[in-house]
Design a protein around this ligand. Structure first.
Ligand code: 5GP
Ligand code: MG
Ligand code: MG
Length: 183
């Protein structure tokens, strides 16, 4: 349950904390199978993926290495432009590494398709993507995402790492932001 102050800002809770944890556990069983016998580097995309990274990495019953990147898609408000800038790069050399990018949400897919190409160009052995949420209606580019938590409708959502104006990241659930908050 979210604090009353915050609850009023959501029109609907789409995914509860329990929904999210159960789905992450399922994804982890797949990841464990797929990467058996190989070292794995998980790359979290700041800041939205912080919660997914924390829960996913702790649910994995195996060794992983963790690194972080921060990127910004140029463009204000709630729209992605596809022009991506690296704000914080990885510390890890990706040569011959098996890399799993962990993201909060795929909207247009522009950020992730750029990011995958960028990491592949550094000589990684493989680059796959795990995203907690995907908005199918919004896809402008076809990104091959190996692990998807939930397909959600085309609304602006917040919580569990996802922000609006840097707020709401600390919600345990994912919900639809009420229009009165941004209009
Ligand atoms: P894309 O490049 O796929 O359009 O989206 C890139 C970024 O936009 C996501 O990583 C996320 O930070 C932000 N984004 C897209 N849709 C939403 C949404 O519904 N809610 C929030 N809070 N951020 C979103
Ligand atoms: Mg993100
Ligand atoms: Mg944001």
């Amino acid at each position: 349950m979210e604090p009353a102050e915050i609850q009023g800002d959501l029109t609907e809770v789409l995914l509860s904390e329990a929904d999210i944890h159960q789905r992450i556990a399922e994804l982890c069983r797949e990841i464990e199978r797929d990467y058996e016998g190989r070292e794995l580097l998980v790359v979290g995309v700041l800041k939205g993926a912080v919660m997914v990274m924390a829960d996913l990495s702790r649910e994995l019953r195996r060794h992983v290495q963790m690194d972080w990147m921060a990127v910004s898609s140029y463009g204000a408000g709630t729209q992605s432009s596809g022009v991506v800038r690296i704000l914080k790069d990885l510390d890890t050399d990706l040569t011959d590494r098996d890399v799993l990018i962990v993201e909060d949400i795929i909207d247009s897919g522009l950020t992730l398709s750029w990011l995958r190409e960028n990491l592949e160009s550094r000589g990684a052995a493989s680059v796959e993507i795990c995203a907690l949420l995907r908005k199918p209606e919004a896809a402008k580019v076809d990104v091959d995402v190996k692990y998807v938590g939930f397909e959600i409708p085309n609304h602006f959502v917040v919580g569990y790492g996802l922000d609006y104006a840097e707020r709401y990241r600390n919600l345990r659930a994912v919900g639809i932001l009420a229009p009165h908050v941004y209009s």
